[in-house]
Structures are given as C-alpha cells and as structure tokens.
Design a binder for this molecule. Structure first.
Ligand SMILES: Nc1nc2c(c(=O)[nH]1)N[C@@H](CN(C=O)c1ccc(C(=O)N[C@@H](CCC(=O)O)C(=O)O)cc1)CN2
Ligand SMILES: NCC(=O)N[C@@H]1O[C@H](COP(=O)([O-])[O-])[C@@H](O)[C@H]1O
Length: 191
C-alpha cells in the first residue's frame, strides 16, 4: 500500500520541514513544499531534499481565494492527502480549509490557547511566564483555535534570552511534529 502523501506549507527557515525530511520512520511522504515567500531559505532546503515546490506571492493576487485555488489545483494534481503548516505565515482560507478539513495541522510555539498568532515566543518572553511550550493542532477557520492534538511544556530559564528560549522550543518542535504526524496517521482518523 502506497504511503500517505503530504505537503508542507512554510514561509521562512524551514527547520521543521528539514526535521520531517530527516525523520527516517515518518509515516508519510513529503512530496511537495508550498511557500508564499519567494527567496525563503526553506526553498533551498527543499531543493537539497529534491522536494518539488510551489512558490507564490500573495501580493500578485487580488484575493486569497485566487491563490488558494491555484495551490489547490497543484495539491490535487500531486495527490496530496495531508497538509502540515510549519511556519506558514498566511491565514488559511475557506478554499483549502474545505478541501483538507481534518487533514491539516499546524505547529505553534506556545501552550495554546496562550499566546496565539504571530511572535508567540516574544509574547511569552515579554509576559515573563515561567512555563511555555509547543502545540500541534488541527487547523480551523480561527487563528490557532483548532483542536489541540498534543502539547509539550518548556520551562523558561531566568537567564533565557528570546533567542535561547526559541532554540529550546525549536529542538522540541523537531521531535514533536514528526511524532504527532506518525501517531495521527497510524490511527487513520482525526483524533
Ligand atoms: N485558518 C488558519 N490559518 C492559519 C492558522 C490557523 O490556526 N488557522 N495558523 C497560522 C499560523 N499563525 C500562527 O500560529 C499565524 C500566521 C499568520 C498570521 C497573520 O496574521 N498573517 C498575515 C495575514 C496574512 C493573510 O491574510 O493570510 C499578516 O502578517 O498580517 C497569524 C497567525 C497559519 N495559518
Ligand atoms: N504562528 C505560527 C508560528 O509562529 N510558527 C512557528 O514558526 C516557526 C517556523 O520555523 P521553521 O521555518 O524553522 O520551521 C516554528 O517555530 C513554528 O512553531
């Protein structure tokens, strides 16, 4: 039986994409990288792993639906079953939400519902919390409001800088996301 085919959506560095590609027992094939930032360094990583890419610039479209319809056409052509957002900094609209209902996840660098949205690590750091963490959740129409699949707590050290905290958070992300993907895909249903 052929493996589940997945697309990763990313806008930036792509360390979570790289962690998935380096996971030997990943329960799916990452067969497409979708990026909304021409020139993003994740694209160099995709090239290194021989993963085909779709790159689009939302500023070249008049609506979100317009670019999501184009992306959806490529996803269907590529027979993509699942979408994993990994630092994708666009709000997913109804076109992709409907097409991948229950088959789209995101990783977020806080213990949701704490610190949703952008710069979650900066929000936690400025709030002076003693504990933050990482969340993997399903995507819905809200921002970081989808059902939580798993979370890991991370202690904030007294001498932490935002950068040292981000490093520890990303080390956890690189283990958690592939583990959650394998767990969800092994169940075959939305948990
Ligand atoms: N429908 C959903 N889309 C996305 C979710 C989600 O939970 N539901 N998670 C985000 C990731 N994210 C933070 O976790 C996030 C990313 C980007 C923004 C944002 O405001 N971005 C743009 C708006 C661009 C657009 O209109 O698409 C901005 O910079 O103004 C907020 C949160 C991924 N998508
Ligand atoms: N709001 C979503 C959000 O902040 N996502 C965060 O973007 C980073 C992407 O890093 P990467 O490009 O190195 O994988 C990750 O830390 C992820 O949790």
């Amino acid at each position: 039986m052929s493996k589940v085919r997945a697309a990763v959506f990313a806008s930036g560095t792509g360390s979570n994409f790289q962690a998935m590609m380096e996971t030997e027992n990943l329960a799916c094939e990452i067969t497409l990288l979708v990026c909304d930032k021409p020139g993003a360094s994740v694209l160099e990583k995709a090239k290194r792993f021989n993963v085909p890419t779709i790159v689009f610039d939302p500023n070249m479209y008049s609506t979100k639906e317009e670019y999501e319809l184009e992306v959806l056409h490529v996803l269907k052509e590529a027979k993509i079953d699942w979408i994993f957002l990994a630092g994708y900094m666009r709000i997913v609209g109804p076109t992709l939400l409907q097409a991948y209902d229950g088959k789209m996840m995101n990783i977020h660098p806080s213990l949701l519902p704490q610190f949703p949205g952008k710069d979650a690590i900066g929000q936690a750091f400025r709030a002076g919390v003693e504990t933050t963490g990482v969340t993997v959740h399903y995507i819905d129409e809200g921002i970081d409001t989808g059902p939580i699949i798993d979370q890991v707590e991370i202690k904030v050290h007294k001498n932490d800088t935002k950068e040292s905290l981000q490093k520890r958070i990303q080390e956890v992300e690189h283990q958690l996301y592939p583990a959650v993907i394998n767990d969800v895909l092994s169940k075959g249903v939305k948990s």
